[in-house]
Ligand binder design. Structure first.
Ligand code: GTP
Ligand code: MG
Length: 1066
């Protein structure tokens, strides 16, 4: 029986101080959904007996089947604590790395997080990631140390050992928090704009900066988890118990005759009870005494588990019950399964749901306590400055902070994702339950109809007429039914939303602001009209606003939705009917001065792509529609239509891919589809000429086979076709440090490029007036202070790296002309011409008189194109610097005939050609995407794991024994291209004892020349002249080339003899 209904929940919604919006985050399988079950059972939505078995929030069939969560889902719970009533909106998130985008979208809507850690496994990669995500969204967290039962039952630890082990796990968690905190403080130091008047700094050496002072000043008291503060729960979700140190302080203060507050302080830590003086003393470890925590808490716990589970001593159970003051039902007492006995006993003694919900209500903030820093972070992205917003926009900050729902406040709602439900599952489409009066009314109607029929039955003709009438009625009904069915089959999208300010009612008109909406641009347009009939698909590329009516609002109840009429600030709700207005995320507001919320940071990189097509070509429209819906419903998936006409699906990993395909087949497209083999991206790069040959012998001029060697001139000279312009380009491998820095700073580089493009646009405009006008649009064209600081920091870092790399790189900062591909990639165009001036990092650009200036963008575009698809297999380049050593332009006689097309186009293709040739003149290499795998395996199957890794060109980078167990944690790197079915193979070979977590890590050069053939004496000796082994790089390259329809050197016809018919007459 449900304890509370929606009217009660609605009533609670009106008090924001009594709302808690929280999510559960953890590594995969650490017990989030099991914990959620327990909390849900406290509301009577599921029975206590089923909690932990049902996994109520895993509502999809494949979630139940695989036993992992794939979508985050929310449920509203009621909790009473000390006569106060609370509404807890609980979101359960998935732990598998492929679905980490679901965690990001969940964390965005919350004010607090429950971090669950499996005490046996300790801190795992996703625990780290979850902590990081929570931290970067300014969310306070509490800790649940789960699966303590495993320490007793599986690992057979003693109470003291377990205590020591748990302190270590806590230290690991706190260490992660410390790291996050320190790195943020240092980063802020670097880029923060001083708002206060500058403090007089001691005039010492200017180069010396004292980093530690910033760290010491920052407040980190709220940051760490510590049991004495009451933000750590020790629990076993499966057995339904959990406690904090405070729980026991309360239970035992009478028994021990000590004040509760004192007990709270000494129960955790290095304290022990001196039996003579009856006082608590510090230094348990030093004096080899049992810590109080073990003596008072763990010993009791161990006692219970050992008696009931390990020794299965049935007679002792009533004794224990009596001691704890618990009454078990006779059914439980007689139950043959001792685990069930234990569970009902522990659930009564230390109920998990109460402990956790109490902690959530006391330790986590309500929506009203939102921090000003968090508001600023929500309102502007990393490279934007809050102060650069229009005044009206800045005013909204107060509305965020007030979290007020009075009618005069603006409505601000953030939608972090869209999720799909079956239309038939919507409350308005469900059969209604009738009240007794309505039932009576219906009965009366039926009776009347029956009587009418009876009176008519006498005349046959009438009856016949009726029959034919009913026939036609039936036909009509059938058609209607079919229509209804079709409608039912359709999916509806519900927006997962959080109201930050104001109040929404059904029927309200609100603006839908797309993710690219920028209020400062819109507010200056005086005659802005927003067409209420426009939908997302009608918008131009620079329009981001539509207008909509709120059609339905729901409370989210896990698998179900409950319709409501209005909702207020602070709550998490579902909004229906927005599918035509929102793709993935959006902001709803009553004012257009509201900025769109800053982009959600996703941890998983979508890297795995497949091409999909319908099994029956005629069903292509359904596939397209299905792909559109899939794209809308999943924040991490990307759907692309390639030039070749292929529909490509980009996903985060194998599990994610499988789920997407399932969804496409069963939910959105409802047609059979076929998917291609996974397509893996590569990168192309060049390297320094190798010093050793493949046989590990030094290469020198003597042993090389000169006959086969064509020495290529590294400096490439190209001309435009009309010979007016000459360009000299040389390609050089970029040092790794620079590539990494470029890769890391892509947001910033993109912003700079856009800025430069804009300035170029202005300079092309002839009218000076409009030039000035454009320059003055509300300061938009000046880069914000924050951005300038970021550029400064970037320049400094680059300069630092370059100065260490020797003389040839020392001028890079000044020389950078462009970055590519797509204006933000890891390749550089360097300007080393003696006479042409460019500025990239020096953001301001004066208008030049040089004739070449007009063609600069074509020049840069040529480089962009070349770096987008390299010569090896048309994949993007990475880590290549193209140094332009000369660019001449002689526009002597104007070529008006355009024999060779416009000069700008010629320059573009010449540069592209030059870059390509310069690239080919160097030793070329492929780069493979690498997964980092994290695998916990039992030592018994370690050998099998190593074998499987070796087969797939993987390598182990570290492995250590998990403390207190016989399993190893192995970290390995493996090319994505080799990783398919690895999880499956591992699971079958190790009988399910090892499951890898794979996440994109970095790009790595495959150290074999794809065109390699023996050429030194030693190599001839080893491999002979005609080598026909497998060259991994070449195999990859050829696979990509074949897929793209490029030429390979594979011979389809091996022996060109005349074909013979095989069947011979005998
Ligand atoms: N021994 C023991 N097992 C537990 C405990 N809590 C959960 N489990 C088991 O751990 C497994 C995973 O539990 P889930 O709740 O599905 O884990 P999850 O964190 O939701 O996993 P994902 O959603 O896939 O990330 C299940 O088989 C549970 O029965 C516990 O306290 N003790
Ligand atoms: Mg789960």
């Amino acid at each position: 029986m449900r304890l509370v209904d929606s009217t009660k929940l609605l009533e609670l919604q009106n008090k924001p101080t009594k709302i808690r919006n929280i999510c559960i985050v953890a590594h995969v399988d650490h017990g989030k959904t099991t914990l959620a079950d327990s909390l849900i059972s406290s509301n009577g939505i599921i029975s206590q007996r089923m909690s932990g078995k049902l996994r109520y929030l895993d509502s999809r069939p494949d979630e139940q089947e695989r036993g992992i969560t794939m979508k985050s889902s929310s449920i509203a719970l009621y909790h009473a604590l000390d006569k106060e009533e609370y509404l807890v909106n609980l979101i359960d998130s998935p732990g598998h790395i492929d679905f980490s985008s679901e965690v990001s979208t969940a964390v965005r809507l919350c004010d607090g997080a429950i971090v669950v850690v499996d005490v046996v496994e300790g801190v795992c990669p996703q625990t780290r990631l979850a902590l990081k995500q929570a931290y970067s969204e300014n969310i306070r967290a509490v800790l649940v140390l789960n699966k303590i039962d495993r320490l007793i039952v599986e690992m057979k630890m003693t109470a003291l050992d377990a205590y020591v082990h748990i302190t270590q796990v806590m230290e690991q968690v706190n260490a992660v928090m410390g790291e996050l905190f320190a790195s943020e403080v240092l980063e802020n130091e670097e880029t923060l704009i001083d708002k206060q008047p500058e403090k007089p700094r001691p005039k010492e050496d200017n180069n010396f900066y004292d980093w530690t002072s910033a760290l010491e000043d920052a407040d980190d008291s709220q940051l760490y988890f510590s049991p004495e503060q009451g933000n750590v729960v020790f629990a076993s979700a499966i057995d339904g118990w959990g406690f904090t140190v405070h729980t026991f302080a309360k239970l035992f203060s009478d028994k021990l005759g000590v004040k509760e507050d004192l007990l709270k302080k000494v129960l955790w830590g290095d304290f022990y009870l001196n039996s003579k003086t009856k006082r608590f003393m510090k230094g348990a470890q030093e004096k080899a005494k049992k810590p109080l925590f073990v003596q008072v808490i763990f010993d009791n716990l161990w006692n219970i588990y050992e008696t009931i589970i390990l020794r299965n001593d049935k007679d002792k159970v009533p004794v224990i019950c009596e001691k704890l003051g618990i009454k078990l039902t006779t059914r439980d007492l007689r139950h043959t399964d001792s685990r069930i006995q234990l569970q009902s006993l522990m659930m009564q003694w230390l109920p998990l749901s109460n402990t956790v919900l109490d902690m959530v209500c006391t330790k986590l903030p309500s929506p009203k306590e939102i921090l000003p820093e968090k508001v600023e972070k929500l309102m502007c992205s990393r490279i934007r400055d809050f102060d650069s917003y229009h005044e009206e926009t800045r005013k909204l900050k107060d509305d965020f902070l007030a979290c007020d729902s009075s009618n005069d406040r603006p409505v601000i709602i953030f939608i972090s994702k869209m999720f799909s439900v079956d239309k038939s599952a919507l409350p308005e489409n469900k059969p209604k339950t009738l009240t007794t009066e309505e039932m009576a009314l219906r009965r009366e109607k039926a009776r009347q109809m029956r009587e009418e029929l009876k009176s008519n039955v006498n005349s046959e003709s009438v009856a016949k007429e009726k029959e034919s009438e009913t026939d036609s009625n039936n036909a009509e009904k059938c058609a209607e039914d079919e229509k209804e069915k079709e409608e039912e089959n359709q999916t509806a999208f519900i927006a997962f939303a959080r109201i930050f300010s104001g109040r929404v009612k059904k029927g309200d008109q609100l603006y839908v602001l797309g993710p690219k909406h920028d209020p400062s641009q819109v507010l200056i347009k005086k005659d802005l009209q927003i067409d209420p009939n426009k939908k997302l698909k009608d918008l131009q590329s620079d329009e981001h606003i539509t207008c909509t009516e709120i059609k339905s609002l729901y409370i989210l109840m896990g698998r179900e939705l409950e319709a409501i009429d209005e909702a207020v600030a602070g709550s998490i709700i579902g909004i229906g009917g927005l599918e035509d207005h929102i793709l993935k995320t959006a902001t709803l507001s009553s004012t257009i001065s509201c900025p769109s919320f800053s982009e959600i940071q996703y941890a998983a990189v979508p890297i795995l792509r497949v091409a999909v097509e319908p099994t029956y070509p005629s069903q292509l429209p359904q596939l397209v529609k299905g792909l559109r819906l899939l794209n809308q419903s999943d924040s991490c998936v990307q759907v692309l239509l390639q030039e070749t006409g292929e529909h490509v699906l980009v996903t985060a990993g194998e599990v994610h891919l499988q789920r997407c395909l399932e969804d496409l087949k069963n939910l959105y497209g409802k047609i059979p589809i076929t998917a291609s083999e996974p397509i893996v991206p590569f990168r192309e790069t060049i390297v320094e000429p190798p010093k050793l040959d493949m046989a590990n012998e030094e290469i020198d001029s003597q042993n090389i086979d000169k006959a086969n060697e064509t020495v290529k001139e590294p400096l490439i000279t190209v001309h435009t076709i009309n010979k007016q312009s000459t360009i000299k380009i040389r390609a050089r491998p970029l040092p790794n440090e620079i590539t990494l820095l470029l890769d890391r700073s892509s947001d910033l580089l993109k912003a700079i490029s856009q800025h430069i493009k804009f300035l170029q646009g202005i300079s092309k405009n002839d009218k000076l007036d409009s030039k000035l006008d454009e320059l003055q649009i509300n300061g938009k064209n000046q880069l914000s202070d924050r951005m300038l600081k970021l550029i400064e920091a970037f320049k400094l870092e680059l300069q630092n790296i370059c100065s260490k790399l020797g003389s040839e790189w020392k001028d890079v900062v000044r020389q950078i002309w462009s970055v590519g591909p797509r204006n933000c990639g890891p390749n550089l165009l360097l300007n080393q011409t003696p006479d042409y001036a460019t500025k990239f990092l020096l953001h301001e650009k004066e208008l030049k008189e040089d004739p070449r200036f007009e063609y600069e963008s074509s020049f840069v575009n040529g480089f962009q194109l070349a770096s987008l698809s390299g010569p090896l297999c048309d994949e993007p380049m990475m880590g290549v610097a193209f140094c332009v050593e000369e660019w001449t332009l002689d526009k002597g006689e104007e070529d008006t005939t355009y024999t060779y097309g416009p000069l700008s186009g010629q320059i573009m293709s010449a540069v592209k050609e030059g870059c390509r040739k310069a690239f080919e003149a160097q030793p070329q290499r492929l780069m493979a995407a690498m997964y980092s795998c994290d695998i916990v395996v039992d030592q018994k199957v370690l050998g099998k794991l190593y074998a499987a890794l070796g087969k797939r060109a993987g390598r182990v980078v570290g492995s250590d024994l998990q403390s207190g167990s016989a399993s190893f944690r192995v970290r390995a790197l493996m090319p994505v291209a080799e990783s398919f079915k690895f999880a499956l193979e591992l699971r079958t070979h190790t009988s399910g004892l090892a499951a890898p977590q794979m996440m994109f890590s970095h790009w790595e050069v495959i150290d074999i020349d794809p065109f390699w053939r023996p050429r030194t004496e030693e190599e001839y000796l080893h491999w002979g002249e005609k080598w026909d082994g497998v060259n991994r790089a070449k195999a990859y390259m050829d696979a990509v080339r074949t897929r793209k329809g490029l030429a390979t050197d594979k011979h389809l016809v091996q022996h060109g003899e005349k074909q013979r018919t095989l069947s011979k007459k005998k």
